[in-house]
Design a protein around this ligand. Structure first.
Ligand SMILES: [Zn+2]
Ligand SMILES: [Zn+2]
Length: 368
């Protein structure tokens, strides 16, 4: 259920565009994901952005006033925001205005760290049982010598004389004023006489880090695990990015995976297939007895319930499907041959062994 746009921005229905903008600014400052770590902040930010977008567009606002959310939906005029970068690119000029920042996820305090990726290989059995894996990554971290400032603590930054400490330079072009980051201070608004030596003034250093990740039982090839805040450090106190651990699970020749179900092949001797009996099959967990019904056919699938993969979401195990391969005997003694012939003759549906051999002679290969 969508909330009322006026309610979201806490403005009256008669509010001017200017008032709407000011109300949005207040909400944006409050719920900006770089400023507000609360999980619902991002959604409130998106909601406020959508409200602002509609209420500052005269056409959309008129439709909304008359027909509500449904009216906009019917005309395909709802602008849902899938993520915040979308909002930043859509409203870049306003944010420049609000925070003095561009289209990227920047805040005055610094830049949020980038997300990092790590490829982790798992054996089939590790994916089956779950495992805790240790690994090393090299990632940029805040320089401890300067605490990310880029200059020695005793050196005081001087307000940049080119931009008067704003970090932005304004150029007048006719009626419009264009602002761009100040080149002298790289948009920081301050200059320093001495750089921090260990990080060469970048505020970050590459650090090798030992990490561990708990891989839940039942993971599949291609799944990702997210380690929050284990990505690149943010600059100047901004939050760190996340680390995505991408899993590649090795194939086991014994069990073929289909989601959480497993398929395995099992050879069965012909007499056993005909008469039925019990065999032992290897499941990932243990050896298990499998009842072979009399007359089982080649290629038939028998099931061992809940002997497949564990459900990574915590549900019940998948099943293990056993595909039966009936083995045709190849090396027969003359006695066995005799028995088979007798069996064939006594069975109601004769396979007419002799006819077959005549036929094959007729359809033999031509010789040149
Ligand atoms: Zn440093
Ligand atoms: Zn400057």
């Amino acid at each position: 259920m969508k909330r009322c746009y006026y309610e979201i921005l806490e403005v009256s229905r008669e509010a001017s565009a200017d008032l709407v903008k000011r109300a949005y600014r207040k909400k944006a400052l409050e719920y900006h994901p770089d400023r507000n770590p609360e999980p619902e902040a991002e959604n409130l930010f998106k909601e406020a952005s959508e409200a602002y977008e509609v209420l500052t567009d005269p056409e959309k606002r008129t439709i909304y006033d008359q027909f509500g959310h449904q009216g906009l939906d019917q005309r395909g005029m709802h602008h849902g925001y899938s993520d915040v970068t979308d909002i930043f690119s859509h409203f870049s000029d306003i944010f420049e205005d609000f925070f003095g920042m561009g289209t990227s996820r920047r805040s005055r305090r610094g830049r949020v760290g980038r997300d990092l990726r790590y490829a982790l290989a798992l054996e089939f059995m590790e994916a089956f049982h779950g495992v805790e894996k240790k690994f090393k990554i090299t990632r940029p971290e805040t320089c401890s010598d300067c605490e990310g400032k880029g200059h020695p603590p005793e050196v005081q930054p001087q307000s940049c004389e080119y931009c008067q400490g704003t970090g932005q330079l304004l150029h007048n072009q006719g009626f419009i004023t264009i602002s761009s980051p100040c080149g002298a201070c790289q948009g920081r608004g301050a200059t320093i006489s001495e750089r921090c030596a260990p990080c060469s003034g970048r505020g970050q250093v590459e650090v090798q880090k030992n990490l561990k990740v708990k891989v839940p039982a039942g993971v599949e090839d291609g799944m990702q695990l997210c380690l929050r805040g284990e990505g690149e450090a943010g600059s100047m106190g901004a939050p760190a990015g996340d680390l995505y651990v991408e899993l590649s699970v090795q194939v086991d020749p014994r069990w073929h995976r289909q989601g959480k179900h497993l398929i395995m092949e099992q050879s069965v001797e012909m007499p056993l297939a005909a008469l039925g009996g019990e065999i032992f099959v290897e499941t990932p967990e243990k050896e298990m007895a499998l009842e072979i019904p009399a007359g089982v056919q080649n290629g038939e699938l028998l099931q061992l319930k809940k002997m497949g993969m564990p459900d990574v979401q915590g549900g019940s195990h998948g099943d293990l499907h056993v595909k039966i391969n009936v083995k045709t005997p190849t090396k027969l003694t003359s006695k066995q041959k005799e028995m088979l012939k007798n069996w064939d003759e006594s069975s109601p549906k004769k396979s007419s062994l002799s006819k077959k051999s005549k036929k094959s002679k007729k359809s033999g290969l031509f010789r040149f």
